[in-house]
Design a binder for this molecule. Structure first.
Ligand code: AMP
Ligand code: MG
Length: 490
């Protein structure tokens, strides 16, 4: 028997402001109950920061909420409507297998979306089963938490439960539900949806709501160019951070870009081992549209789509509106580049700025590409002056580059120690390498052994700690596991 009062003890404290937006933006409905939910993993620290009680969340009552079998008081579940450009083609989408339960108000006054992913069919399911498999939900858990550990804005993973039901993919797989936490789920695609099917008033309401929720209330005379500018700024910073750690999102469709500036939708994403700007992991991205080197361009493309949706708000005069939009979008590359350059300088321990830094950094990257160096480990080796035996470190060109680098460091006023500290704090000891993630998932899904996954999560928690334990996790894969492929619709 589920005790309803017990559910409330978990500390759920919902507000539902999204449900007060124009009704075209969502469909209210409840999750589809599942057979026999079982606890898999709970992010205890995250739970506590949300004002939730860990013991209650792990009880049968707590699990029934994560499974969608019971609703906490105050939840007003809804599926969000959105559209999106998928690989360049505009489509109507929406939450086909997710539901927003509400916005958890935290003890610190924060507001976070609580979303169940894999909670059953919705009016937006388009022939899909509304469900998710255990492996991909655990994969999202690992990688989103790794991103958080790296200090990169991201949605987070609170819990995974299995449903006790099998789902049909290429084979039968165990079903699971992920509870995702986000600053919000307002996507570029949400604006596209309203722009296509709503009124200008609907659009204005959504824009006002977004400004209020993510950018504080601004008294600006014309707040809409400010909204565009702020979203562009956050994306420029976010994409630079992805590039700096070698993260490849894999499916940068406009529905997978949120205006809060968090990384969202961990489908076919993966981290790069060997440095190659053309790297693409997603099996369906045959053109390499979302390859590592294209990510800034794709972000700019998505932001141009976002700007288009705002045109009626930017100015009553269309030509003028287009001018404003173009001026803002054209800022993206400069913003991106300065974020990236700042990050790269930090990775190389450069505390000052010199005009040649950009070409100097590019020379290193070119050599890394030529000698097929491991991206993460090259920077680690430089940080700890630990050459290893890679082709890169033994090449004459690199030895020359390294001398230039040493000269560059010596020209700084700052101490060598502060330079080293900066490098330690900017070059992660570990990233969630694909072979490690796969090993953790295999043990969990095939054998019900979660120890490998827990260990991996622990190592990824603070990637800048540079502990002995992390050393083992910094090993690149054996050559046989190169050519890694990831899959969409997981
Ligand atoms: P994604 O690739 O996760 O960004 O998903 C793209 C769209 O497909 C979104 O509208 C999802 O809600 C929907 N979708 C993905 N998988 C399923 C599924 N198993 N059942 C229903 N809809 C799905
Ligand atoms: Mg998506």
């Amino acid at each position: 028997m589920i005790d309803e009062q017990e559910i409330q003890k978990a500390g759920w404290n919902f507000d539902n402001t999204y449900a007060s937006l124009p009704s075209l933006l969502y469909t209210k409905l409840s999750p589809v109950p599942v057979n026999s939910p079982e606890f898999v993993i709970l992010n205890e620290r995250l739970a506590e920061s949300l004002g939730l009680n860990v013991q209650s969340l792990k009880s049968d009552e707590g699990i029934s909420v994560f499974a969608g079998n019971r609703l906490p008081e105050g939840a007003e579940p809804l599926a969000q409507a959105y559209a999106g450009h998928q690989f360049g083609h505009f489509t109507m989408l929406g939450d086909g297998r997710a539901l927003l339960l509400g916005e958890q108000m935290t003890p610190e006054g924060g507001r976070y979306d609580i979303q169940l992913k894999g909670s059953g069919k919705t009016p937006y399911s388009r022939g899909g089963d509304g469900r998710a498999a255990l492996g991909p939900m655990l994969r999202e858990y690992i990688i989103s938490e790794a991103m958080f550990g790296l200090g990169i804005p991201t949605t987070r993973s609170l819990a995974v439960v299995t449903t006790g039901e099998s789902i049909v993919r290429e084979t039968m797989l165990p079903g699971a539900i992920l509870t995702r936490i986000a600053a919000s789920h307002i996507r570029v695609g949400t604006f596209q949806y309203v722009s296509q099917w709503g009124t200008v008033e609907d659009l204005r309401t959504l824009a006002e709501y977004t400004l209020e929720r993510h950018y504080g209330h601004r008294e600006a005379k014309n707040p809409y160019p400010t909204l565009l500018q702020e979203v562009i700024k956050r994306q420029a910073s976010l994409i630079a951070q992805w590039q700096l750690v070698g993260f490849i999102h894999g499916v940068m469709n406009t529905d997978n870009m949120v205006v809060s500036g968090e990384t969202i939708d961990y489908g076919p994403c993966a981290f790069m081992d060997t440095y190659d700007p053309a790297t693409v992991f997603s099996s369906i991205d045959r053109q390499g549209r979302y390859a590592y080197r294209n990510q800034p361009y794709m972000a700019a493309w998505n932001l141009a789509r976002f700007a288009e949706t705002l045109l009626p708000l930017l100015s009553a005069d269309e030509e003028e509106a287009i001018k404003i939009a173009e001026a803002e979008v054209s800022q993206f590359f400069e913003l991106y580049q300065s974020n990236w350059l700042r990050g790269m300088r930090a990775k190389l321990g450069l505390l000052s700025e010199e005009a040649e830094d950009e070409s100097f950094i590019k020379d290193l990257l070119d050599l890394m590409e030529k000698h097929q160096a491991d991206y993460t480990n090259t920077f680690l080796a430089l940080t700890f002056d630990n050459p290893g035996d890679s082709a890169l470190f033994s090449s004459g060109e690199f030895v020359e580059w390294k001398e230039r680098w040493q000269g560059r460091i010596n020209r700084q006023q700052e101490s060598r120690e502060s330079s080293h500290q900066l490098m330690r704090n900017s070059n992660p000891a570990v990233i969630p390498r694909n072979h490690r993630v796969e090993a953790a998932l295999e043990a969990a899904v095939e054998e019900g052994d979660y120890s490998v996954l827990r260990q991996l999560l622990q190592v990824l928690e603070n990637p800048y700690a540079h502990t002995r334990e992390q050393l083992e996790y910094s090993q690149p894969p054996e050559p046989s596991s190169c050519g890694y492929r990831t899959f969409c619709g997981t």
